[in-house]
Design a protein around this ligand. Structure first.
Ligand SMILES: Cc1cc2nc3c(=O)[nH]c(=O)nc-3n(C[C@H](O)[C@H](O)[C@H](O)COP(=O)(O)OP(=O)(O)OC[C@H]3O[C@@H](n4cnc5c(N)ncnc54)[C@H](O)[C@@H]3O)c2cc1C
Length: 378
């Protein structure tokens, strides 16, 4: 839909903006709220293309996770141990920021633990993890304050009834949130702080100059503001093509309620490429991007039949074997990834700052990235 702004629209709604945050995901909303905390006189707007945020924040699995053992060991193949521990620490601190901002009850935060599951074929990987537990517990203890974060809990396997699982490592400090309630709470916090949120506001292009940033909308009209914070994660290259952010799609399913469901907690399977949890007496299951990496490097919310098939099979054969389980619905979301698991929080031109590339850990790290982005954008 192409149109020009009326005088009323321009003078009433879009006047006197000090800073525009693009994107109303976890990062955009926490950044906007933090800007108002830093300076309550600042006129902050959030510009969001969707009726609701449409990226990852309303579509994720709600794992409040800061690192399972294979994930950390894999990360240490491409980053130094210090860098990996720095990211773990930021994820932990990010979770504390999120919880302090919203309150645990508002987001249904529960520390039910995170479990990493290993099949018989993964016994070498399991052994490698098990040997590192004392060392990792010492390091994670310093970050989280928990004396024993990781523990082998193979004795719990019969209780869950998984097929083919031979080992389980529990992360006692991992939690989970209700993603929908978390986003509703963050929207509410932003509005209460005096942030104005405009939905249906899709930005085509940004042009930074000494007069400020010209924001061109897909509707054809433009708006000039002094400063912009870009928080569009997986969609970053559509606005800033040189940023090293790769979009990556993730498929998710949720079942109908399963009477007597024994699964409680967040579960990581196949080095974290698959993940599942309990929610409202159902199983939420997602992942499988590794089965079709190239096709999943997309900002398109479509589906992938190969991955759907694999998720369906995993649900029926491994997670809920021998039970009648029906799938309620499917959806997809878009992540922003890079060569290393590290967000980009940086000023890219005099008046434009970015806070993107959450690398699949935005529930945990997002509130901290939002705060850091806000501080840099000021
Ligand atoms: C299926 C799935 C499962 C996940 N599970 C977990 C998990 O369990 N734990 C965890 O920690 N992380 C998880 N993540 C990752 C986490 O959800 C993200 O890291 C986080 O939500 C990113 O937040 P964000 O605010 O940076 O980006 P987004 O939530 O993607 O927000 C970006 C916003 O920008 C808007 N936007 C984009 N382009 C424009 C434009 N041109 N104009 C205006 N607006 C625009 C979009 O509509 C969107 O609302 C998962 C992600 C997915 C997809």
């Amino acid at each position: 839909m192409q149109y020009t702004l009326s005088y009323w629209e321009r003078e009433t709604f879009y006047r006197d903006i000090d800073i525009a945050v693009i994107g109303s995901g976890i990062v955009g909303l926490t950044a906007a709220t933090h800007l108002r905390t830093l300076d309550p006189t600042l006129r902050v707007v959030v510009l969001e293309r969707g009726a609701l945020p449409v990226g990852a924040s309303t579509r994720n699995a709600g794992f409040a996770c800061f690192g399972s053992m294979t994930e950390l060991l894999d990360d240490m193949q491409i980053m130094s141990e210090d860098e990996v521990l720095t990211i773990v620490e930021k994820r932990w601190r990010g979770l504390q920021c999120l919880r302090a901002l919203t309150g645990d009850a508002q987001i249904d935060f529960q520390m039910l633990g995170g479990y990493e599951m290993f099949t018989g074929e993964e016994s070498a990987v399991f052994q490698q993890c098990a040997e590192r537990i004392p060392d990792f517990n010492q390091k994670m203890g310093r970050i989280t304050g928990h004396s024993e974060v990781y523990r082998v809990v193979d004795e719990r396997l019969p209780e869950f009834g998984f097929q083919g699982a031979e080992h389980l490592i529990l992360n006692q400090a991992e939690g989970q949130v209700h993603t929908g309630k978390m986003m509703a709470a963050l929207l509410q916090k932003a509005l209460e702080s005096g942030v104005r949120i405009f939905n249906g506001f899709e930005i085509k292009q940004l042009e930074d100059s000494s007069q400020g940033v010209e924001i061109e909308t897909t509707a054809g009209w433009t708006l000039r503001v002094p400063r912009v914070l870009v928080a569009v994660n997986g969609f970053a290259r559509q606005l800033l093509p040189t940023l090293d952010v790769q979009p990556a799609r993730n498929q998710v399913l949720i079942t109908h309620p399963i009477p007597g469901l024994p699964v409680k907690g967040c579960f990581h399977y196949d080095r974290g490429y698959f993940y599942f949890r309990n929610i409202d007496g159902r199983i939420l299951l997602g992942g499988g991007r590794n089965l079709d990496f190239e096709k999943e490097k997309t900002t398109d919310f479509g589906t992938n039949e190969l991955i759907r098939k694999a998720l369906t099979e995993l649900l029926h054969t491994v997670i809920c074997p021998g039970r009648e389980v029906a799938i309620d619905t499917w959806w997809t979301g878009i992540l922003g990834l890079g060569p290393v698991k590290k967000p980009i929080i940086q000023r890219v031109s005099p008046n434009v700052t970015v806070a993107v590339r959450l690398s699949g850990m935005g529930v945990a790290i997002g509130a901290l990235v939002g705060r850091e982005g806000a501080e840099l954008a000021l």
